[in-house]
Design a protein around this ligand. Structure first.
Ligand code: HEC
Ligand SMILES: [Cu+2]
Length: 309
């Protein structure tokens, strides 16, 4: 009697083990299938800071859409029980949209229907992802993580409009910047095109994720020297650095694909182009200073070593 009972239990255990093994394999296959057919679209987790610190920054204190450069916009939204703020963001069709997202109270989801955008939002973390909408229309945003009693009402929209119907305040400034073609590359335009999506339009970065360049570029020039700045721009920098008392451990991409004149212009823009952070005591950079540092074959890790010397 006991023996039979024992055998029966052992059989059920084997079935259960096989079943859980099969489920595990199935989940792995599902992920692999999705990656193969839909492509990976994993949001970068960029910052870890207190929720208050994150919410106090301009991107989230005044969330919404900002123009960065022609063909590039930034959209920030804050998820809170039970709404998205703002409820609707309007972006132009065909533009590269960099989303900055965070949650203010509990975990939420952020899924844009008819796209493969689907991220988890955690208080104290910033999710950054880039998406381009190819079709105009209204895309519903849903919270797909149960967040409380009003969860089912937590809806937002991304309204994608033809470029001709889209306007944002900063756009006029970016367009006005390149009116003198003889003056060489315009630092503000280079900045808006290549730097603002991380270091922000106001040059002050995102605490914990992207250090400020306004104010900091001058400090770097004084403390690390001009050769370091040119190398950092050409080869990037990677690893733990401290800026204005906050630690950053990210990757600053290399910008060697920009011309010497563009590098000088954007570096000078960081020195003098941000209100309240103008450094008049620092001599403007010349394109030659970047030309001299080319071809050294440095890696971003080498640059960090030079920074620490
Ligand atoms: C994809 C995001 C991204 C873009 C785009 C970007 N940066 Fe950075 N930048 C970073 C990160 C991350 C760091 C911090 C690196 C670290 O933690 O070591 C950084 C660091 C810096 C620093 C400080 C370096 C130091 O040694 O203190 C400066 C100055 C800077 N970037 C300027 C620029 C300029 C100018 C551009 C445009 C040409 C630019 N960045 C574009 C992400 C970016
Ligand atoms: Cu929810």
């Amino acid at each position: 009697m006991r023996e039979r009972q024992h055998q029966q239990i052992a059989r059920w255990e084997r079935i259960w083990l096989a079943f859980s093994g099969l489920m595990t394999v199935m989940f792995i296959l599902l992920i692999a299938y999705n990656l193969a057919t839909e492509g990976g679209h994993i949001a970068q987790r960029t910052a870890k800071a207190s929720p208050e610190q994150i919410l106090a920054q301009d991107v989230f204190a005044n969330p919404g859409v900002r123009a960065l450069a022609p063909g590039r916009v930034q959209a920030s939204m804050v998820a809170r029980a039970f709404s998205f703020q703002p409820q609707d963001v309007r972006v132009p069709v065909g533009s590269e949209v960099t989303f900055y997202l965070t949650a203010s109270d509990v975990q939420h989801g952020f899924q844009i229907e008819r796209t493969n955008v689907n991220v988890q939002l955690i208080p104290g973390e910033i999710a950054r992802l880039v998406y381009t909408f190819d079709q105009p229309g209204s895309y519903r945003v849903t919270c797909n993580e149960y967040c409380g009693i009003g969860h089912h009402d937590m809806l937002g929209t991304v309204t994608v409009v033809p470029a001709s119907q889209w306007s944002a305040p900063a756009r006029a400034a970016a367009a006005a910047a390149d009116d003198d073609p003889d003056a060489g590359p315009d630092g503000a335009t280079v900045y808006a095109t290549h730097c603002a999506s991380c270091h922000q339009a106001n040059g002050r970065g995102v605490a914990g994720a992207f250090p400020p360049v306004a104010g900091h570029m001058a400090e770097l020039t004084r403390e690390q020297g001009r050769a370091y700045v040119a190398q950092m721009m050409l080869y990037g920098v990677q690893g733990p650095i401290e800026v204005e008392g906050t630690t950053y451990s990210g990757v600053m991409p290399a910008w060697s694909q920009l011309s010497d004149a563009e590098l000088a212009a954007v570096t000078n823009h960081a020195l003098t182009g941000f209100e309240g952070y103008e450094a008049d005591d620092v001599e403007p950079y010349a394109p030659d200073e970047f030309a001299e540092q080319r071809g050294l074959g440095l890696s971003a890790a080498d640059v960090l070593e030079r920074r620490n010397e």
